[in-house]
Design a protein around this ligand. Structure first.
Ligand SMILES: [Cu+2]
Length: 403
């Protein structure tokens, strides 16, 4: 009902304006006056309104800064972040100065040169000096900004130091997983073919290879028995046969890892965490970023860090945190404050869920936290595995046999 009334009011207003315009037109005709003739008083009123609007416009702009300036990000919590902020500030200063100058001239001239029938405009078609000025000044300003921006970008994307903490950020619809290299300092290898519910990052170990091959073989035998025991339409038969082919190709690829004779034990001590991950202060952190499904974006606003997570490739970002979570809570005067990792690419229906807290703490607290995390394979079973390996002579493995 309210909406209907609103629509009626709008329609009536439009009709009203049209009627007034018509009355004005008729009265002009009666007074033998041309419609486009505007009286000097009207012109003066309009000129003054321009000036008034300019003051209100600038006032509104300044008020927005005062009222909402606090809502911008707090001080940068990483080394390169301060450089990024400075780059932004230089840009802002130039932009705001240009904004004020251009708008002032626009409105002021409209007021100053209000129509005066006794004044004649000076006409000129071309001025080389003027052209030169408005070409050279923006060129210098833009060249400066671009060169400065490139320098900052070079610093930001510089190689991390050799002792950097390695963290993998793994994105999927719709959450993040973080992985640390573990005590051996080496990030174990991974492959999407090995992803299962027990192995969400597809880490390569002898066990995960075996488990995945068994799972795929089960898939093959299930599909084969369906083909053998059911009467199915041709297109479904074709689809199931294709599926068996795909399973077989996956098995062949997986067994290729095994035959590469690489050392896959580096993945055993890798640490996988969800919901929250920790970083040591004043140490380079090198992130390897991956995605399982679509393009996501690892965004850590307080560190001024953002990098896309792209399926099929590893992207990298490194930074050095400079403010602990505790100190930042004091700075923000907010005891609940937490650094966050967000997904900054609209990646699907639960995109907003992709958040992970980041805790920045002293090197000692970080080491303690890391030692309390569960490794990918529990130490007990690691020990048992080593012993059994020592006992038995290495044969070509049950997998080759089953194949
Ligand atoms: Cu996402």
């Amino acid at each position: 009902m309210e909406k209907l009334l609103l629509v009626l009011v709008v329609i009536l207003a439009v009709v009203g304006i049209a009627q007034i315009a018509k009355v004005y037109q008729v009265s002009s005709e009666l007074q033998k006056r041309r419609e486009e003739d505007i009286s000097p008083t009207s012109n003066k009123v309009n000129a003054n309104l321009w000036l008034l609007f300019m003051i209100a416009f600038f006032g509104f702009f300044i008020w927005q800064f005062a009222a909402y300036g606090d809502m911008l990000l707090p001080v940068a919590a990483s080394e390169h972040g301060m450089e990024v902020d400075q780059l932004f500030n230089v840009n802002w200063i130039i932009l705001i100065a240009v904004f004020f100058i251009v708008n002032f001239l626009l409105f002021f001239f409209s007021w100053k040169y209000v129509h005066n029938k006794n004044r004649k405009a000076y006409y000129f078609a071309h001025d080389n000096k003027l052209e030169l000025i408005w070409t050279i000044i923006p060129t210098i300003a833009l060249a400066f900004l671009i060169i400065y921006g490139l320098k900052v970008w070079n610093d930001v994307t510089d190689e991390p130091s050799a002792d950097a903490v390695q963290v993998q950020l793994y994105a999927k619809q719709f959450d993040w997983t973080a992985r640390y290299a573990g005590p051996d300092g080496v990030m174990g290898e991974s492959n999407y073919l090995l992803i299962t519910s027990q192995n969400p990052l597809g880490l390569i170990t002898d066990e995960t290879i075996e488990a995945r091959v068994i799972e795929l073989k089960e898939g093959i035998s299930k599909t084969e028995s369906k083909l053998a025991n059911e009467i199915l339409p041709d297109d479904q038969v074709e689809e199931l046969e294709d599926r068996i082919g795909a399973y077989k190709r996956q098995i062949a690829k997986i067994l290729n890892f095994k035959q590469s004779n690489k050392d896959f034990s580096t993945a055993y001590d890798d640490i996988i965490v969800k919901g929250e991950f920790h970083l040591p202060i004043r140490r380079d952190v090198s992130f390897n970023i991956n995605s399982r499904d679509v393009i996501h974006s690892a965004y850590m606003p307080h560190f001024r860090a953002q990098m896309n997570a792209v399926p099929g490739m590893t992207t990298k970002f490194a930074f050095k945190p400079t403010i602990t979570t505790d100190s930042m809570r004091t700075v923000m005067d907010d005891a609940e404050f937490n650094y966050i990792l967000l997904c900054n690419k609209v990646c699907g229906s639960a995109h907003y869920n992709m958040q992970m807290n980041i805790v920045v703490e002293s090197e000692k607290d970080f080491a303690k936290w890391l030692s309390e995390q569960k490794p990918f394979v529990e130490p007990e079973s690691m020990k048992a595995k080593k012993e059994s390996e020592e006992d038995k002579v290495v044969e070509d493995g049950p997998l080759a046999e089953k194949n």
